[in-house]
Design a protein around this ligand. Structure first.
Ligand code: HEC
Ligand code: HEC
Length: 365
């Protein structure tokens, strides 16, 4: 049943923003059929529904992010999660934290084509931004993690990222006296488990939101918020350029996977979603990323191969990179230079206002 609901929500998102009334009616129908409040945790982005409530400020243009029913968000969890996010002791040799690759000063990513982890080792994929990752239905470029909580197990145990083990990390943190009162406040006992570590970090990540961009202010009625060039780009984005076939909804992602051809001409392509599903048709598919705050999150694409937004638009204009599995929505766009510049101006206008997050002054000792 849960699968069905999430598929339902994704299909809707893929068709672009629907009239809220239609969504509510459809939602009501589904909920009536299954009569389960547990299913509510599945709704994100355009549905503004979640398993437990979201008590913090939500920037203009977004709905409150979904919060899983088994991990209610509290000040104590967010504060603990923030310390852990910036704590290098979560890596095997105290050299790498989440911040190393997802730095708030760099759009919550690292400005490198592929990240550098423990012992200076390189991975094969570009670090996506943590901004608005709370709205992703699945995490990672290939969607192999079902939640923000589970995602955290990836980097901690990855030999080229933090090079540790979940048990090792929990033991290390459990041995730091200063953390005990924080776990007590967040979970009702000082016991440190990896389950609690990931719940706390995920809670912190759910507060890392970006919205209130010129585009959001324009949609909210401030007609001067977009330059004429950006407004023309917006018309292209939702029209002739067909971008919203995939970059749909308030976070500009349908949550689905597509092959647009990036890296497909390499000798050993990254097969993306196929590696998770083993379904032939999924070869070369990657998760549609958000388009918010792009000026902060360069370089672009799963392999970090594209440096500028102008190059991204050029890539789409030529019809992506031809390959056997290319998405049928990707085709030559025949945009002239002025139109391409308009699209870039629109993408720039999706740059939002983030709450500044400074690293903790001191970490628990
Ligand atoms: C060594 C660099 C590195 C470190 C350290 C690291 N990450 Fe990542 N992160 C990445 C890369 C690269 C990806 C994409 C990997 C993939 O898709 O296969 C990623 C993916 C993610 C995603 C998924 C976002 C999306 O849009 O799908 C989130 C969320 C995230 N990381 C949060 C964290 C947190 C929290 C930590 C600390 C526990 C962390 N990362 C540590 C490099 C890193
Ligand atoms: C068929 C679905 C689809 C369509 C249509 C589409 N995109 Fe994408 N877009 C994706 C996917 C999937 C990726 C990630 C691909 C990868 O990394 O291999 C992506 C990546 C991007 C990125 C890089 C973002 C980042 O953080 O790395 C930008 C920018 C972008 N698209 C803009 C656009 C624009 C502008 C249009 C319209 C001209 C468009 N897209 C049309 C699916 C689509």
């Amino acid at each position: 049943m849960k699968m069905k609901i999430s598929q339902f929500s994704r299909d809707k998102a893929a068709r672009g923003a629907l009239a809220a009334a239609a969504v509510v009616t459809a939602l009501a129908a589904v909920i009536a059929i299954i009569g389960a409040s547990s299913a509510r945790a599945q709704f994100g982005d355009d549905f503004g529904e979640s398993g437990s409530s979201y008590p913090y400020h939500v920037p203009l243009g977004l709905n409150p992010p979904p919060v899983p029913a088994d991990n209610a968000i509290t000040d104590a969890k967010v504060a603990l999660g923030k310390d852990l996010y910036f704590d290098k002791r979560l890596s095997q040799n105290d050299t790498v934290s989440c911040e190393t690759c997802h730095n708030p000063m760099m759009g919550w990513t690292d400005h490198k084509p592929v990240s550098t982890g423990i012992h200076g080792q390189h991975g094969t994929r570009n670090a996506p931004t943590v901004l608005n990752s709370a709205y992703n239905q699945q995490q990672f470029w290939d969607g192999r993690a079902p939640s923000l909580e589970k995602q955290i197990e990836g980097p901690v145990a990855n030999p080229v990222e933090m090079g540790f083990s979940l048990a090792g990390a929990a033991k290390r943190i459990g041995g730091i006296k200063g953390y005990a009162p924080l776990f007590q406040a967040a979970f009702g006992s000082p016991k440190v488990t990896f389950d609690r570590i990931e719940k706390a970090i995920a809670s912190f990540e759910r507060t890392v939101l970006t919205g209130n961009s010129p585009y959001d202010r324009y949609v909210a009625g401030d007609t001067k918020a977009l330059s004429p060039q950006a407004a023309a780009g917006m018309a292209l984005f939702f029209g002739k350029a067909n971008c919203d076939a995939c970059h749909a909804g308030k976070n500009f992602s349908d949550g689905d996977y597509h092959n647009i051809g990036v890296g497909m001409n390499s000798k050993h392509p990254d097969w993306g979603r196929y590696l998770v599903t083993k379904v032939e048709a999924d070869r070369g598919k990657f998760k549609t990323p958000t388009l918010r705050d792009l000026p902060e999150t360069y370089p672009y694409m799963h392999d970090g191969s594209v440096k500028t937004l102008a190059e991204v638009i050029k890539f789409y204009n030529q019809g992506g990179e031809k390959n056997k599995w290319l998405d049928p929505q990707i085709r030559p766009l025949h945009l002239d230079d002025a139109e391409q510049a308009e699209l870039v101006a629109f993408l720039d206008a999706l740059n939002g206002t983030q709450d500044q997050v400074a690293p903790p002054k001191t970490l628990p000792q």
